[in-house]
Each structure stands twice: as structure tokens, then as C-alpha cells.
Design a protein around this ligand. Structure first.
Ligand code: XIL
Length: 317
């Protein structure tokens, strides 16, 4: 807590504002954890973002079943959730990830789409019930309830210099252009920034992508920055930390050059990171990803300095 109080200006709950956390049973809302975070943040003068209203993960079973009943029921589930959450948190949460991870992973992904889905949008309960318009429906419904909310659409897998990420960038840009043409309310795009050292990165490619989003008059935030190392990681701690720091500096400098203005890391210390809690992303073999600015014992690593230098527009150094 002391570290967060000292280091962060903007907080986001990793789990406590997700659908299943807020509405574990239909009509029974639980704001205890979310409001505890909001109260703590207020005490320390920090802003809080909301994450996430419409997503395919962390939907409780009841909601999955209800959404699957069809478009009317799905719409009612969405409306009821928004009606409970948005007004209640309005004074404290001015920026929500309204739609999270809508873009389908192109072929070749670790988590491929089901064979039937060839569209740009990921196969989700919301897509199945409401069709591709679900994104616009979700964004409009947010604006209807809060005229000054910063509405963000958040996604991942668009950072690397790989054919796969290139295709995902194309898909995201197509979605954004379509939304813009139809005047659908949207203020910002969140790029998660879960970087992977095994993937190549080209600053010019990524900066140009951010520029293309900015050209649609949308803000860009890096919303979940952290770094997965190679399996197995190469070198001692110092060498590993240098590689991570260089990648982070290159990534953020490119993001800023393209016009991104906000950065959140997904946690502060390697110790309390999903990068070792979650099997799907963990390093394994007794190793822990050193992908956040502080290590297991809360010591600053080179990544902290890389962040600082990127914020200041300074070279990696
Ligand atoms: C992760 C959390 O960090 C974990 O604690 C949780 O168990 C699963 O979700 N993209 C997102 C985040 O938008 O919500 C995910 O957070 C990480 C990937």
C-alpha cells in the first residue's frame, strides 16, 4: 500500500470492478471491494479507472446463461448492470473500460478463435446474442447514462512487430473507423501493453499505429503494461532487467511519440502480479517474470528508471 501511495497517481482494480465481482448473482450487487479501493484512492488523492463493463471473461454463470437466451435478455442484462454500476460510481469513476478485448485473435494465436468465426470481432456471449453491433450498443448505453464519462475501448495483442499483431491492429482500426463513421460515442482506446520479450518490437510500427488511432480523434492510454520474459529467461537478474527495461523504454517512447498520454502498469511489483499467479502466463520452472518496476522484495528495478526516462523524453541511458 505504501508503494502504491508513493508511486501511482491513477489506480485500476484488477478484479474488483469486473462483472462477476460486482454482480455475482442476478440483481445482487456487491460494491464492497470496489468502493474500498475507491475510498483508499480518494484518501490518497488518486484517480481510479473502471475495468471492465462488457467483456467475455469474468461473466458469472448466471449472466452467461441469461445473455445466451437472446438479444432482448442480453440487452436487459447489460442495462441492469449499467444502471446499478454507473450512477453509483459516477462521482468517483470518470473513465471506464466499457468494452474490453472485442477484437478476434487472428489465426496463429495461442488462443485461437473457434473455426466458424472469420469476423474482426471475438466470439463472445455478447456477440452471439447481440451481433457485431454489441460494441456500439455497449458504448452508447454508457454515454446515455453519463454524458461526461470518458469511454474507453481496451484491447491487447497489438503491440508487437509480428504478422499476427499487424492483422490485429488492422482489425482494431477497422472497428474504430466504423464506430467513428457512425458517430458512436468513444473517447479513448486502451492498449493493454502486455509485452512479450519473445516477440520482436519495432518502435516506428507501433508509433504509427498510435498515430492512426489519434488521427481518428481518439485518446490513447497504455492500460496494463507489464513484460513476459522468454522461456527460459536469458542471463542473470541484471541482464534480464536490462532487457526488460530497454523494451519498456522503447515501447513507451514510441507510444508517446504516437500521441499516447497515459500509462498504467498492471501492478507494481513482481510479487503481486498475475504474471506469476496465472498459470497461462507464468514463467514456470521456478522462475518469476521480472516484468514490473519493482522486484519481489519491492526494490526498484531498471524498469522503474526506464519508465521515468520515457516520461521525461530521455533516451534509455
Ligand atoms: C487479469 C488479472 O490480473 C488476474 O488477477 C485475473 O485473474 C485475470 O485477469 N487483460 C485484462 C485484465 O483486461 O482484466 C486481465 O487481468 C489481464 C489481461
Amino acid at each position: 500500500a505504501a508503494l502504491v501511495a508513493r508511486e501511482a497517481a491513477l489506480l485500476v482494480p484488477e478484479y474488483e470492478a469486473k462483472f462477476a465481482a460486482l454482480q455475482p448473482e442476478e440483481g445482487r450487487f456487491d460494491f464492497t471491494q470496489f468502493e474500498a479501493i475507491a475510498a483508499w484512492a480518494q484518501h490518497f488523492g488518486k484517480a481510479v479507472r473502471g475495468h471492465a463493463l462488457v467483456w467475455h471473461q469474468d461473466l458469472p454463470d448466471w449472466a452467461r446463461a441469461a445473455i445466451a437466451e437472446g438479444p432482448r435478455r442480453a440487452r436487459a442484462v447489460l442495462d441492469a448492470h449499467y444502471d446499478a454500476v454507473l450512477p453509483r460510481m459516477r462521482a468517483r469513476i470518470r473513465d471506464w473500460d466499457v468494452v474490453n478485448e472485442p477484437i478476434a485473435n487472428p489465426p496463429g494465436s495461442d488462443v485461437p478463435e473457434p473455426p466458424g468465426n472469420t469476423g474482426d470481432l471475438r466470439d463472445t456471449p455478447w456477440l452471439r446474442a447481440l451481433g457485431p453491433d454489441y460494441v456500439a450498443i455497449a458504448l452508447r448505453a454508457a454515454r446515455e447514462r453519463d454524458a461526461t464519462l470518458r469511454i474507453t475501448l481496451n484491447d491487447y495483442g497489438v503491440e508487437a512487430d509480428t504478422p499476427w499483431a499487424e492483422e490485429k491492429r488492422r482489425r482494431l482500426l477497422r472497428l474504430l473507423r466504423g464506430l467513428r463513421q457512425r458517430n458512436v460515442p468513444l473517447d479513448a482506446v486502451g492498449i493493454q501493453g502486455h509485452l512479450q520479450m519473445r516477440e520482436p518490437f519495432r518502435p516506428e510500427v507501433f508509433a504509427e499505429f498510435v498515430r492512426q488511432i489519434r488521427a481518428l480523434d481518439l485518446q490513447v492510454a497504455i492500460t496494463e503494461l507489464d513484460v513476459r520474459e522468454t522461456r527460459p529467461p536469458v542471463g542473470d537478474f541484471v541482464q534480464r532487467d536490462t532487457a526488460v527495461a530497454l523494451r519498456v523504454h522503447a515501447f513507451l517512447s514510441a507510444a508517446f511519440a504516437g500521441g499516447a498520454r497515459t500509462v498504467l502498469t498492471w501492478g507494481l511489483s513482481d510479487r503481486w502480479s498475475w504474471l506469476h499467479r496465472e498459470e497461462a502466463v507464468a514463467l514456470g520452472g521456478g522462475d518469476v517474470h521480472r516484468g514490473l518496476p519493482f522486484d519481489w522484495e519491492l526494490n526498484r528495478k531498471q524498469m522503474w528508471r526506464a519508465l521515468a526516462r520515457a516520461f521525461l523524453g530521455q533516451p534509455a541511458g
